[in-house]
Design a protein around this ligand. Structure first.
Ligand SMILES: [Zn+2]
Length: 79
């Protein structure tokens, strides 16, 4: 399987890299219907996976904030 480019940043992960710095990540997140078969996973840096999770979380928070702002605006107009 290695060496293989990180599926998120493209940096080459080699068998010499410490195992704590990378892991097999899902090409399609399990939450989006991806599986655990070798075809559905590829190596990626742990830090790249964490960064992606952070962005996904931020998008959810921002969407919730936008919905709250829209609801508040409607309430303000009614009064
Ligand atoms: Zn990477």
């Amino acid at each position: 399987m290695l060496p293989h480019p990180c599926q998120r940043c493209g940096g080459i992960i080699t068998p010499d890299d410490d195992e704590s710095t990378w892991h097999a990540g899902h090409i399609i997140d399990r939450a989006d219907g991806g599986g655990d078969t070798p075809e559905d996973t590829a190596p990626e840096h742990t830090r790249c996976n964490t960064a992606a999770g952070g962005r996904r979380g931020a998008a959810v928070v921002n969407a919730r904030r936008a919905a709250e702002d829209a609801a508040r605006e409607r309430t303000t107009r009614w009064w």
